[in-house]
Design a protein around this ligand. Sequence first.
Ligand code: HEM
Ligand SMILES: *[C@@H]1O[C@H](CO)[C@@H](O)[C@H](O)[C@H]1NC(C)=O
Length: 417
Amino acid sequence: MMLVILVACSSFLVTLINHIFTPGSTDMGGIIFAGMVISEPEIVKEVLRNSGKAFPKANPSFYAFHGESLQNMTPAVIASVETMLEKWKGQEGNENEVFGEFRLLTSEVISRTAFGSSYLEGEKIFDMLNKLSIIVGRNIFSTGIPFINKFWKSADFLESEKLAKEMQECVMKVVKKREGKVLSGEAESFGNDFPGLHVKAYRDSNEEKKLSWEELVDECKTFYFTGEETVNSLLAWIVLLLAIHGDWLERARREVIRIFGNQNPHPEGMAKLKTMTMIINETLRLYGPPNGLVREVQLGKLVLPANIDLLVPNIALHHDPNLWGDDVHLFKPERFAEGIAKATKCNAAAYIPFGLGPRSCVGMTFATTETKIALSMILQRYTITLFPAYVHSPIPVITLQPQHGIQIILASLHNNA
Ligand code: HEM
Ligand SMILES: *[C@@H]1O[C@H](CO)[C@@H](O)[C@H](O)[C@H]1NC(C)=O
């Protein structure tokens, strides 16, 4: 069965994601998209695996995720989690809003992994992106009146244009500085970290591989935005679910202690965190951050009119009782005990938290590594219960977010923590 919806406000929402990533297209008012929602797994597979010309792999594709730049992320994540835990000291028994805490954590992680020594400049870019995402969030449900908006530019529109420009300048400064150090002989190479790989690509003598200035800034925005907003929500929803399901909290903790003791997480141990992976997967099923995937493709014999977006609502697939059974809405990590094929009864399109096919998430390893490190370090120190006044209200603001935050109470496991 295919469900067709025209004038799709939901599609508008997802398209906004592309908007943020597209340089010069910060016009957020007054666009009405026509869209079509697809929730039949077989067709979903066809749409997402369509590697043809209609929706090719992003090119040049995300240098940052391929080079050695991410191999050294573990110490950066640990350092950032330590900063957060330091703040938590003495907060035992109090109301603790973790969604905001995790936003700070994920921005710090991105800044440290992306900019290393230029960490503070990275922070500035973040600030601007955060402001931009607030503006986008504010305008998500206002489709506006197309013709009027053409002439009337809202304050938000002007502000977002200004922010986009400042951000561009900031990225340029970091890149130019790195370039300058090599040209002046102060440094021997551009380096293999995020700015280094980008300067290299920007200066590539091979015209085909060369990264244009717009592409470079665009990639930075993508890295920042996706790196922060996704892991941030995922961590918050996991903590909520563990606060409610104390049995899983204890199982996860026993595993962490068995593998790491009270030491900081290390890469070899991370691969062994099976219970935690089940919990992460079940959380991504119930509260997976992206609300839907957008495609413009030719679908079988069906030729779609121009400007029609296809929306694959991964959330609907993850909550389909026909695919998952009558307990589809319950938190049951044991679904994943024997791996993903068993959980989905070999239906590859039933579970697509990181997408599928050529455009699937390049940040998956980054995201799961960060999540595992943060959770391990929290579970080594604290037990978590839900704050009684918590109000459950997940809303789609580009990713699925807790509208009123997530308030928990921490209890320290060690007297001296
Ligand atoms: C829990 C965390 C995350 C989830 C659930 C997630 C999910 C997704 C999904 C579903 C897509 C495919 C979108 C589509 O098909 O239209 C995607 C693409 C992408 N993700 Fe993630 N993501 C996460 C974290 C991250 C992180 C941390 C980064 C980077 C630091 C990242 C970078 C990207 C990029 C660059 C793409 C575009 C790939 C392409 O178009 O070729 N993601 N992600
Ligand atoms: C969890 O999901 C990922 C992909 O989303 C998969 O690679 C992994 O095998 C899954 N793990 C379990 C225990 O289901």
